[in-house]
Design a protein around this ligand. Sequence first.
Ligand code: PLP
Length: 377
Amino acid sequence: MRFATRAIHVGQEPDPSTGATVPPIHLTSTYTQESPGQHKGYDYSRSGNPTRSGLEESLAALENGAACCAFASGLAATNSLFTLLSPGDAVVCYSDLYGGTYRLLEENYRRWGLEARYTDDTAAASFARLVDSKTKLLWVETPSNPLLRILDIAALAEIAHQAGALLAVDNTFATPALQQPFSLGADYVIHSTTKYIGGHSDLIGGAVIVKDPALIEPLSFQQMAVGAVPGPFDVYLTHRGIKTLSIRMQRHSENAQQLADHFVGHKAVESVVYPGLSVHPEHELAGRQMSAFGGMVSLVLAGGRDAAYRLCERTQVFALAESLGGVESLISHPASMTHASIPKEVRESRGVTDGLVRLSVGIEDVEDLIEDLEQAL
Ligand SMILES: *Cc1c(COP(=O)(O)O)cnc(C)c1O
């Protein structure tokens, strides 16, 4: 089965007892056993729930992976992976990282003895320089947040594997509809399913998908032992969202490209950041690695912080809000919202300046989105 077909059918088999085409939501904490320890594969919903199993099957199939563990949030998923490392290990990351991932590494894991090393340079060689015998994991987001830089997954996988480390790709921004990290050599794919996978801004969730079936066991153990699991209602909504992922990503990408093209050269806009623009530093790599350029666009305003604040306050279709990836368009000011937990000097040195606004371009009529930004500017 091809991608859009898998998105609609895998993990969504009709209910065998009633024929219900859409499987029921299994709202149960426990499962009645026939004899002690004799059950149908489920004994308690922290360790397993059929609704969750359906979502996990679906996500594994969409990423072309072996297996998946769903979590209560993207950060719970991220945390489950960091927990597999040990004190004294090192993780090498690209510096333009989701703020919460950076916070987890710096506030929780550094104290605990895990060393995070960051490079500001997208070139694979800059990662190689930070890798040594302590390095167990390379962690990247591509496209990155909010600078939308593109990292070469195939080159990074090679560097990781040569050092005996594994490569984790946070695929939240691209989704498997546009980018397949396992086919490029990655070992783990992480999602905040809160974003494009769910797609409707109505839930919080996360997932880790593995390519090698041997890697799932330690993650299932964390899922069961720590218990950061999603509830069946959220899982149902996530799985329902997945059915339209393919057409949503297509439309997000078309709208984002038109909007980015429109604001190139605008007098209030110093620069437009979008991997689909030929001036983007990794435009060519993005074209090779992704099947479309995605729905995220950043604008650097000529008027700095004041102009950015005014724009954020004046839009009417774009809602001023954290998060991204829903059908509705959102605008945000990373320096004071999603990236506020990163110290100002660190943030600015990484290019997240006060004039930067991030747009999650929705699937509305693009003319309305462009008109809305025009009137607000
Ligand atoms: C939102 C996000 C996360 C964290 O996910 P939550 O569901 O909010 O916990 C991680 N990575 C990226 C790229 C994100 O956008």
